[in-house]
Design a protein around this ligand. Structure first.
Ligand SMILES: [Zn+2]
Length: 308
């Protein structure tokens, strides 16, 4: 098999197969949220540029704006046109109806999120959703969440969350719900503080807890709220057992800053694709640099600078 043929055959691999392979390679799959086609173009361009697999994510709000079926159709065509595996996740899904809608639209994975409920209710509602989506597509990956890491991929004044997950509740939750991957609270947080956007502060993870939860649960682990996390902590978290890493706020910051700049460049410019092309490039740079880091590849300092 030539290198291109190997790549082509890899591009037809399932999400589960890709995650299993990355785990043995000491790498993690990057999950990047999109609200519109500018962000989607950036994520696909980064995957193509780095030749690394990606998981495109869209929360309920992002799906509502984009259109769940429209997004699924665009990801499907991108997958056919490129040689790298591109998957689609229904991020933070808070109802059975929305989980079923995503499964029917052809999403590869669903993040079922009843983590705001008491543990027993979280178990019951998650289990119900897992059974429903696997009834539609047995190959779909079901993710469940425990603990509190705050909500909203936004710029924040103060830190949110706090209740970290324990190995024991992780084991209980996985056994009772039948999920394929677990999203625990291990020092991660949704959104970024202003100091993080300015590059003056970084998030740090409870690496020992990640390793303990991995051992107790025995499933794929997802790290939500990855934006603004220390690079070294990311690498160590992957070694400890993290398989998927979510990045959203860093993309949104790059999107906003580059859009502001692009609009200010020429006040008479009205051609959307001329205004938006540099925005796609800026977001793509952030995605590419995060992808390289998650795969243990050298990251250029300029690319890291744009994240901060
Ligand atoms: Zn999240």
């Amino acid at each position: 098999m030539t290198a291109i043929e190997t790549l082509r055959s890899t591009s037809k691999a399932t999400l589960r197969e890709v995650l299993t392979r990355l785990q043995t390679e000491g790498a993690a799959l990057g999950h990047f949220n999109v609200s519109d086609q500018v962000l989607l173009k950036a994520v696909i361009a980064a995957a193509t540029e780095t030749k690394l697999p990606v998981l495109v994510g869209a929360s309920e709000g992002e799906r509502e704006f984009f259109g769940a079926r429209q997004l699924a159709a665009l990801v499907r065509t991108a997958r056919q046109e490129t040689d790298v595996p591109i998957f689609l996740n229904a991020d933070h899904t808070h109802s059975l109806a929305k989980a079923v809608e995503a499964a029917n639209a052809g999403f590869d994975a669903v993040t079922i999120d009843f983590s705001a409920l008491p543990f027993n209710q979280n178990v019951a509602r998650t289990k119900e959703a897992v059974q429903a989506i696997k009834g539609i597509n047995p190959a779909i990956l079901a993710e469940g969440e425990i603990g509190d890491i705050g909500t909203g991929s936004e710029i924040k004044e103060t830190a949110q969350g706090g209740k970290l997950s324990t190995p024991e509740e992780a084991r209980q939750f996985v056994d009772a719900t039948g999920i394929d991957n677990l999203a625990p609270a291990v020092g991660n947080m949704h959104g970024m503080l202003k100091s993080m956007v300015q590059g003056k502060a970084k998030k740090h993870l409870d690496l020992e807890r990640i390793a303990q939860i991995k051992q107790a649960s025995g499933v794929f682990l997802t790290l939500h709220g990855g934006s603004g996390t220390d690079d070294e902590d990311f690498r160590k978290a992957i070694v400890a057992g993290i398989n998927i890493i979510h990045i959203n706020t860093e993309l949104r910051v790059a999107w906003r800053e580059s859009l502001d700049k692009s609009l200010a460049r020429d006040l008479n410019e009205v051609v959307p694709y001329k205004i938006l092309r540099p925005v796609v490039d800026s977001v793509k740079q952030v995605v590419s640099s995060r992808l390289r880091l998650f795969h243990g590849q050298p990251v250029s300092p300029e690319a890291v600078g744009t994240v901060a």
